[in-house]
Design a protein around this ligand. Structure first.
Ligand code: IPM
Ligand code: MG
Length: 357
């Protein structure tokens, strides 16, 4: 079982270190190799996704990813920005299916910004298409480019596009996931305005006919954003495109109390996967030792389950996290009156200790 470890930037290195600690106590035959990615790789090699890092990722069964990005790179030409590393990994590895579960842990009901009765028991699975849409449209740029930074440009554009096979395969992923859950799929689109998403809606409807046990409904993305904060428990599986999925998954994450709790998996058709917390590199708290490592630890659990065929070990990690929450330990992002505030390392240590029990 070969794991490429790509900690990246900001809090990425701190949280990945805790996940590695947890993986190591499982005593499974992992081969782990670490490489630079994002701003860290740009500093060392002049590129956010060096060839060697991509090769390592492609040759591994799974990638454990931290986070990339820092404001200090905002003025770089786009192809050199840290974010291009994660986009390049997704595209080059064909990681089209992004699973972003939003589960409200009963211990954290009070950490949510919504009323407890709205979020208690919440268990939504957002399935975001990850290698198409406006993120990877062609062409893109600004008109009247006179140099790398386009001063004097009068217009900028990105094109939104989806192909039939791209929509079909993500629809199948969503219906199959729903079959293992509450058998409900909500497809989120903007078919009232965008041709791309009328196409999306038509094809999802077509694929849905192959899953008669699953109830399919369609929702415009603006309404979906509203329903997520009005009555989030009405959702089971939400399937949507790359851009809408990016936005809705952040909103859904916050319902659970903290984006610091949410893992994610990005899979290709060979079940090779990239596992990363749903949050970013948080440069504002980097190096302070206060980041919540649980999203990354839970991502490692998803990695064991989806790409490494170690479901029992995944269950053990998830149970350990739950035990730690029961014991009242909280990082700053999930802290509330009456609980004990701990830092990144202490939280990782607590999960390790809970695993040993
Ligand atoms: C995410 C992030 C990325 C995205 C960025 C870092 C490119 O926001 O994974 O949700 O937009 O997909
Ligand atoms: Mg995002």
């Amino acid at each position: 079982m070969k794991i490429a470890v790509l900690p990246g930037d900001g809090i990425g290195t701190e949280i990945v270190a805790e996940a590695i600690k947890v993986l190591k106590v499982l005593d499974l035959p992992f081969e782990m190799e670490t490489a630079l990615v994002g701003g860290a790789a740009y500093e060392a090699h002049g590129h956010p996704l060096p060839e060697s890092t991509l090769k390592l990722a492609q040759a591994s069964d799974a990638v454990l990813f931290g986070a990339v990005g820092d404001w200090k790179y905002d003025t770089l030409d786009r192809p050199l920005r840290p974010e291009q590393a994660i986009l390049g990994l997704r595209k080059n590895m064909g990681l089209f299916a992004n699973f972003r579960p939003a589960i409200c842990y009963p211990q954290l009901v009070d950490a949510s910004s919504l009323k407890p009765e709205l979020v208690a028991g919440l268990d939504i699975l957002i399935i975001r298409e990850l290698t198409g849409d406006i993120y990877f449209g062609q062409p893109r740029g600004r008109r009247v480019a006179t140099d790398g930074h386009f001063p004097g440009a009068e217009e900028a554009f990105d094109t939104m596009r989806y192909s039939r096979p791209e929509i079909e395969r993500i629809a199948h992923v969503a219906f199959q996931a729903a079959m293992k859950r509450d058998k409900r799929v909500t497809s989120v689109d903007k078919a009232n305005v965008l041709e791309t998403f009328q196409f999306w809606k038509d094809i999802v409807t077509e694929i849905g006919l192959q899953y008669p046990e699953v109830t399919l409904d369609h929702m415009y993305v603006d309404n979906a954003a509203m329903q997520l904060v009005r009555a989030p428990k009405r959702f089971d599986v939400v399937v949507t495109g790359n851009m809408f999925g990016d936005i809705l998954s952040d909103a859904a994450a916050m319902l659970t109390g903290s984006i610091g709790m949410l893992p994610s998996a990005s899979l290709n058709s060979k079940n090779q996967g990239l596992y990363e917390p749903s949050h970013g590199s948080a440069p504002d708290i980097a190096g302070k030792g206060i980041a919540n490592p649980l999203a990354t630890i839970l991502s490692a659990a998803m990695m064991l389950r989806f790409s490494l065929n170690q479901a029992a070990a995944a269950d053990r990690i998830e149970a350990a996290v739950s035990k730690v929450l029961d014991s009242g330990l909280r990082t700053t992002d999930i802290w509330s009156e009456g609980t004990t505030r701990v830092g990144t390392t202490a939280m990782g240590d607590a999960v390790v200790a809970a695993l040993a029990k």
